[in-house]
Ligand binder design. Structure first.
Ligand SMILES: Cc1ncc(C[n+]2csc(CCOP(=O)(O)OP(=O)(O)O)c2C)c(N)n1
Ligand SMILES: [Mg+2]
Length: 550
C-alpha cells in the first residue's frame, strides 16, 4: 500500500484549500515541505530572508483572496517571519505561516532552534495551532485557511514539528478535507441601508472614502456604479486607490485635506478611521462629522468616532444593496453644489502648487521631477509597489492607479522592507502586468538582496530607487567622526546589486538620463534597477499639518 509523508500531507492539503503560492527559506525541518509543495503544484519561490517572504505571502492574500503561504525554519526563521504576520495583521490580509519546529519529544530540552513559536505568533494571528497527529494535518490546514479568509481576513499560524513532517503513514489513513469555499458574502441590515441613503441625501458636504477593504472585497464595479449613480465626490485610502480610477472626474484626491476637514457626512467604504485617516477627529475632520461606516467587522464600527449608520457586511454586496435602492429611487448629488466647486478649487490650487516641481529640469533632481517621469512612462495597468517616507508619500499623490489592487505600499503598519516581497508576489500573481517597485534608498535596503529572487525566477520587475542618501534625507559627504543617524553612504550604487545576479542596472542623476533609462528598464525582459541619485536635501512641499503626518 502507498505511504505518504507528513510533508506531502501538508502540501496537498494546502493545494486543495486553494493555496497556490509559497515563499520561504528552507532548512531544518521544512525542506521536505518545500519539495512536496512543488510536487503538488504550488508555486514555490525561495527567498533570501523570511521577512520578505512573509510580506509576499500577505500580498498574495490581498491580491487573490486566498492566503499566500510563508515557509520558515524553526527558531530564527520563524521569528523573522513574524514581521509578515504583523504586517498582515495590521492590514487585515490573509496569509498562512508554516513554522517548522523541533521534534516534539525534545521539547524543553534546549533542542536545535527550539523557541516559543506559538506564543510569539499569537498576538498577530486569528488562529495558531500545533497539529497533534499526522493524520489530522488536513483538518488543521483547512481550519487555518478558512479562518484566514472568513470574517475579517487575517494571518494564521501552523507550528509543524519535525516529527509531523518526516514520518510516513498509509495514504488511506488520511482523510483530506473538501476545499473550503470562498467566504460567504453578507448583506447589511436593510434599515441601515435606508438610513445611509437618507443621511447622504441630507448632507451638505458629503464625501465618500474608499479603503482597501473595498479593494479586497472586489467591490470595484459596485463602488464605481455607486459613484456614478450618486455623483458624490470621493477619495481613496493609499491602497484603496484604483477601486474607482484616480482619473475619475469625481476623484478629489488632490484636495484631501480640504475634503476631510470640511465634509459634514463621510461614508467609509472599507476604510478605517485609524492614523491614516487622522482618527476621524478634529482638526483634520470637522467637529461633529457624521459617519456612515461600511465594514466587514462589526467591532470596527465606531472606532474613534461613533458611526451614525452601521453597514456591517461585505463591501461588494452592501454597495450593491445601496445601488439597488438607488435604481428604485434615483438620487444624485447636485452637480452645481457649492461643495463641488470648493473642492474643485482646492484640487486646482494643489495641482498648481506642485506643477513647477514636476517640471523642474534642474540638477540635482527633486522627488517630483523623478516621479513625474515614472508617471508618464508607466502603463495604465501597472502594479505599483512603493515604500519610503517622502518617496512613498509623494509617490502616492503623483503615481495614479486606475485599477483596483494595483497599489501595494507600507500600509497600515508603515512597514519598511515590504516593497521587494510585494513586487515578487505581484509578479507571480500577475505575470501579464508590469510591476514596478518605487523605493526610497532606506526602504530598499531592508530587503534589497531579494532582487536576486527576481533574477533567478526571471521576473521582469523594475526597481526604482529614489536615492537621497538617507532616511528622508542625507548628506553629500560623510564625516566619519559625525555621522547623523539618518544618513547612508552618499551616491551608493544600488544598481550594482542587481547586476551581480544578471539583472540590468542603471544609475542616473539628471532628467536627460532618467527618461531613456526608465524607458529601457520598463521594457526590458530582464529585471532591472534604476538608481536615481537625487538632491539629498530634497523635500516634500510644506504641509499644512506637518506635525500630524507622522
Ligand atoms: C521596519 C521599519 N523600520 C524603520 C522604520 C522607520 N522609517 C520610516 S520611513 C523610513 C525610511 C525612509 O527613507 P527612504 O526609504 O530612503 O525614503 P525617503 O523619505 O528618503 O525618500 C524608516 C527607516 C519603519 N517605518 N519600518
Ligand atoms: Mg531616502
Amino acid at each position: 500500500m502507498a505511504e505518504i509523508r507528513g510533508a506531502s500531507v501538508i502540501a496537498r492539503s494546502l493545494k486543495q484549500q486553494g493555496v497556490e503560492y509559497m515563499f520561504g527559506v528552507v532548512g531544518f525541518p521544512v525542506v521536505p515541505i518545500a519539495i512536496a509543495a512543488q510536487r503538488e503544484g504550488i508555486r514555490y519561490l525561495g527567498f533570501r530572508n523570511e521577512q520578505a517572504a512573509s510580506y509576499a505571502a500577505g500580498a498574495v492574500g490581498y491580491l487573490t483572496g486566498r492566503p499566500g503561504a510563508c515557509l520558515a525554519v524553526s527558531g530564527p526563521g520563524m521569528v523573522h517571519a513574524i514581521a509578515g504576520l504583523a504586517n498582515a495583521w495590521a492590514n487585515r490580509w490573509p496569509m498562512i505561516l508554516l513554522g517548522g519546529a523541533n521534534d516534539s519529544y525534545q521539547n524543553g530540552q534546549g533542542a536545535f532552534q527550539e523557541a516559543p513559536q506559538i506564543e510569539a505568533a499569537r498576538p498577530f494571528v486569528k488562529y495558531a495551532a500545533r497539529p497533534d497527529r499526522l493524520e489530522r494535518l488536513p483538518f488543521y490546514v483547512e481550519q487555518a485557511v478558512r479562518t484566514s479568509i472568513y470574517g475579517r481576513p487575517g494571518a494564521v499560524y501552523l507550528d509543524l514539528p519535525n516529527d509531523l513532517i518526516v514520518p510516513r503513514v498509509e495514504e488511506e489513513s488520511i482523510e483530506f478535507k473538501p476545499p473550503c469555499p470562498d467566504p460567504p458574502r453578507s448583506l447589511a441590515d436593510p434599515e441601515q441601508v435606508e438610513r445611509a441613503l437618507e443621511l447622504l441625501r441630507s448632507a451638505e458636504r458629503p464625501l465618500v472614502v474608499v479603503g482597501k477593504g473595498a479593494a479586497y472585497a472586489r467591490a470595484e464595479s459596485e463602488v464605481r456604479e455607486f459613484i456614478e449613480r450618486t455623483r458624490l465626490p470621493f477619495l481613496a485610502s493609499p491602497m484603496g486607490k484604483g477601486v474607482v480610477p484616480d482619473d475619475h472626474p469625481l476623484s478629489i484626491a488632490p484636495a484631501r485635506s480640504h475634503a476631510l476637514q470640511n465634509a459634514d457626512v463621510v461614508f467609509l467604504i472599507g476604510a478605517r478611521l485609524n492614523w491614516i485617516m487622522h482618527f476621524g477627529l478634529p482638526p483634520r475632520f470637522a467637529e461633529g462629522v457624521r459617519v456612515i461606516q461600511l465594514d466587514i467587522a462589526a467591532e470596527e464600527i465606531g472606532t474613534n468616532v461613533p458611526a451614525e449608520v452601521a453597514l456591517v457586511g461585505d463591501a461588494k454586496r452592501v454597495t450593491a444593496q445601496l445601488n439597488a435602492r438607488l435604481a428604485q429611487e434615483p438620487w444624485s448629488y447636485p452637480a452645481d453644489a457649492e461643495w463641488l466647486a470648493a473642492l474643485a478649487r482646492a484640487v486646482d490650487e494643489n495641482r498648481r502648487a506642485v506643477e513647477a516641481m514636476l517640471n523642474d529640469d534642474s540638477e540635482p533632481m527633486g522627488y517630483y521631477r523623478v516621479l513625474r517621469e515614472v508617471r508618464d512612462q508607466l502603463p495604465r495597468d501597472a502594479i505599483i509597489c512603493s515604500e519610503g517616507a517622502n518617496t512613498m508619500d509623494i509617490g502616492r499623490t503623483i503615481l495614479p492607479n486606475q485599477e483596483p489592487r494595483h497599489r501595494l505600499d507600507a500600509g497600515s503598519f508603515g512597514t519598511m522592507g515590504v516593497g521587494l516581497g510585494f513586487a515578487l508576489a505581484a509578479a507571480v500573481v500577475h505575470p501579464d502586468k508590469k510591476v514596478v517597485a518605487v523605493e526610497g534608498d532606506s526602504a530598499f535596503g531592508f530587503s534589497g538582496l531579494e532582487v536576486e529572487v527576481a533574477c533567478r525566477y526571471d521576473l521582469p520587475i523594475t526597481f526604482i530607487v529614489v536615492n537621497n542618501n538617507g532616511i528622508a534625507g542625507g548628506v553629500d559627504a560623510i564625516d566619519p567622526e559625525r555621522v547623523p543617524p539618518s544618513v547612508f553612504t552618499p551616491g551608493a550604487r544600488y544598481e550594482r546589486i542587481i547586476e551581480a545576479f544578471g539583472g540590468r542596472g542603471y544609475c542616473v542623476s539628471s532628467p536627460g538620463e532618467l527618461g531613456p533609462a526608465l524607458k529601457q528598464a520598463l521594457h526590458d525582459p530582464k529585471p532591472s534597477l534604476v538608481n536615481v541619485l537625487i538632491d539629498p536635501a530634497a523635500q516634500r512641499r510644506p504641509q499644512k499639518f506637518e506635525w500630524l503626518t507622522r
